[in-house]
Structures are given as structure tokens and as C-alpha cells.
Design a protein around this ligand. Structure first.
Ligand code: COA
Length: 328
């Protein structure tokens, strides 16, 4: 039986750091409010940098760590909801930027903050069935471009960043043990960004009709409650489908949205701090970038060793949620 094994990880975050104090200079907020309600202290913002550039830097680092040549990648899947082009996909741009061989399959997946795990899930299916041999999977977002920077209820929460993994179809016990993805489109209004659409000459009143806001909108309080509940059930599902016990988990890497949401997941599994990876104090919520960015830090920091069991869990707009368990 073939499994999707992670050979290497990489990540990239823009250089520009925006602290809570910086935000207090543009909206009515405070370091104390943001830190106590979310755990976030600073975030990175892409200035003159594109989604493709961030994705490619993370992808290049993952290829280097894996010791895999771009010529050997036959599948690229990118989770993102902030591509700079509507088409071609960010995956196609990454393919040409990194010199990945022409003829490889390349596509983007739209699942907001669950985007990386959705992309990982898609790649796993290709690898398990032998449809691809080596895949580059990237999670990347630049939510700074979706923000209403006058809305203190959202602009303090998000940041920009990217992370990547290189996967290989291999026999043996190591690799993805289970991957689970879900959605509930009825609840899209909890969290969305409409984006900009152009007027066309056939609409009634094309020039006077008010256009809806393109910015990210969120019902924060309700989203918080659903996130706690849904991440809990996603963790249970991941454990059950992987045939592991909660005690087997070496490291939980949850989507980095809010420290209080992460603590609820931690308490549910009765994990101590050493077994949960968080970096949202430095990056905020980087949407699809969040889990692979944290994973890469954990790997490079020596927090994951041979045969360790790592559980990923995410929740985001859609609504979407996802989980995966990997034997390292
Ligand atoms: N600074 C200061 N005050 C703020 C603020 C800010 N940045 N943002 C909101 N407030 C105010 C509100 O206006 C409200 O004031 P009021 O009581 O006078 O009306 C008060 O703080 C409490 O707001 P509330 O929304 O109830 O706070 P909360 O404890 O629910 O925390 C979030 C808000 C956004 C941090 C929290 O709801 C959350 O984390 N939600 C989930 C967000 C998330 O993770 N989304 C992504 C999922 S992938």
C-alpha cells in the first residue's frame, strides 16, 4: 500500500512586522486587548510581495530540505484564497518560478483557513493511488489585501505567510495515516470576502448601483464558538480514522487563529504545552499559510522526530474544516 510521506518542509513570511502597538496607531485598539483576546502580538504583512513569491520561497525551501529536484515533482497543489491572478492558478506560477517540469499537474484549492489541509488531502489521493509520485503542497495567503484596515474587529487578527511540504508516494508505515475534509456551505456568512467584481453594461443601473464591500467580513463571536466545537470533533475523527490513541500524539499543530481556540483543543486532548505547537503570537492568523508555517518551524526547531505522530486540525471560511494525522 502506498502512503504520502512528507520528505521536507519550508516556509516564508514577509519581512515587514506589524505589532499590536502599530495597529493601535491606525484603529481604536490596544496591545492589551489584542493579546488577551487572541494571543497575537505581531504579524507579517506582504509589502511589494506577491502570493506567488511567498509560495515559491516556501516551496523552494521545502524542495531543498527534501533533497528533491524540481524536475521530479509531478503534482503541485496550492491552498490559497488570495491569488494575485484569478487565473492562471498560483500553482502554475509556482511551477514556472521554481522550474518544475512542464507537464506536471498544477491547481489551486479554495478552502480559506483549511486550505493547506484540503491541498494536502487532494495530493494524498493522487499519491496513494499512484497517479503522482512526488508532490509539492503549499498553503499561502496574503489576507492583508482582503482587510478593511478601518475595522478593528478583523484587521488585528490576520497576517501574511506561506508554508510548504514535499511529499512522496512510498510503501511503509510512515506518512499520512488519515486525512479528513468537510464543509457546510449553509454557514458561509460567518466568514467571507466577496472580492472586487467588475460592472457590466447589461446590469440595471450599472453605474449607480452600490457595490457590496470587497473586504473580509466575520461574525467573530459565533465563529469562535463554532471553531471550538468543530475543531474538537475534527480531532476526534482524525484519531479514530488513524487508529491511534490520544496519548500517541507527539505534537498537535492546530490552525493558528486564536490562542483560546487552541487551548480548548489542547484541554480536550489533555495535552501539555510541549505537545502543542503555537506561533500565532508572532504571525497571527495566516489562513492557509498557518499550519505549514508552524510545521516548518517545528521541524527545524527539532520538535518532530522519526516515527513521531503529528495531528493537524483546521477550521475556516466556507465553512470548512479538516484534519490529518502523519507518522513522521
Ligand atoms: N480592540 C478593542 N476592542 C475591540 C476590538 C479591538 N481590536 N475588536 C472588538 N472590540 C470590542 C467590540 O467592539 C466589543 O465592544 P462592545 O462590547 O462595546 O460592543 C468588545 O470588544 C467585545 O467584542 P467581542 O466580539 O464580543 O469580543 P470577543 O471576546 O468575542 O473577541 C474575537 C473577538 C474576534 C477575538 C473572537 O470572537 C474570535 O477570536 N473569534 C474567532 C475569530 C477567528 O478565529 N476567525 C478565523 C477562523 S479561521
Amino acid at each position: 500500500m502506498l502512503r504520502a510521506k512528507i520528505l521536507g518542509t519550508g516556509s516564508y513570511a514577509p519581512q515587514k512586522v506589524i505589532t499590536n502597538r502599530d495597529l493601535a496607531g491606525i484603529v481604536e485598539t490596544s496591545d492589551e486587548w489584542i493579546t488577551s483576546r487572541t494571543g497575537i502580538r505581531e504579524r507579517r504583512v506582504a509589502v511589494n510581495e506577491t502570493t506567488t513569491e511567498m509560495a515559491s520561497k516556501a516551496g523552494k525551501a521545502a524542495l531543498k530540505a527534501a533533497g528533491v529536484s524540481p524536475k521530479d515533482i509531478d503534482l503541485i497543489v496550492v491552498g490559497t484564497v488570495t491569488p494575485e491572478f484569478t487565473f492562471p492558478s498560483t500553482a502554475c506560477f509556482v511551477q514556472s518560478t521554481l522550474g518544475i517540469k512542464p507537464g506536471a499537474a498544477a491547481f489551486d484549492v479554495s478552502a480559506a483557513c483549511s486550505g493547506f489541509l484540503y491541498a494536502l488531502d487532494a495530493a494524498e489521493k493522487y499519491l496513494k493511488t499512484g497517479a503522482a509520485k512526488k508532490a509539492l503542497v503549499i498553503g499561502v495567503d496574503a489576507f492583508s489585501r482582503l482587510m478593511d484596515w478601518t475595522d478593528r474587529t478583523t484587521c488585528v487578527l490576520f497576517g501574511d505567510g506561506a508554508g510548504a511540504v514535499v511529499l512522496s508516494a512510498e510503501k511503509g508505515a510512515k506518512g499520512i495515516l488519515s486525512s479528513n475534509v468537510h464543509s457546510d456551505g449553509r454557514r458561509w456568512e460567518m466568514l467571507y470576502a466577496r472580492g472586487v467584481s467588475q460592472k457590466n453594461p447589461f446590469e440595471d443601473n450599472p453605474h449607480d448601483a452600490p457595490r457590496p464591500s470587497p473586504h473580509l467580513k466575520m461574525q467573530g463571536n459565533e465563529t469562535f464558538k463554532i471553531a471550538v466545537r468543530t475543531m474538537g470533533s475534527a480531532i476526534n475523527e482524525a484519531i479514530e480514522n488513524s487508529g491511534i490513541k490520544p496519548d500517541d500524539i507527539t505534537l498537535l499543530i492546530p490552525h493558528q487563529a486564536n490562542e483560546r481556540i487552541i487551548n480548548a483543543a489542547k484541554d480536550r486532548l489533555k495535552l501539555n504545552d510541549e505537545r502543542v505547537y503555537t506561533n500565532l503570537d508572532r504571525f497571527g492568523n495566516t489562513s492557509a499559510g498557518s499550519i505549514p508555517l508552524a510545521l516548518d518551524e517545528a521541524v527545524r526547531g527539532g520538535r518532530i522526530k522519526d516515527n513521531d505522530i503529528v495531528l493537524f486540525v483546521a477550521f475556516g471560511g466556507g465553512l470548512t474544516w479538516a484534519s490529518a494525522v502523519v507518522r513522521w
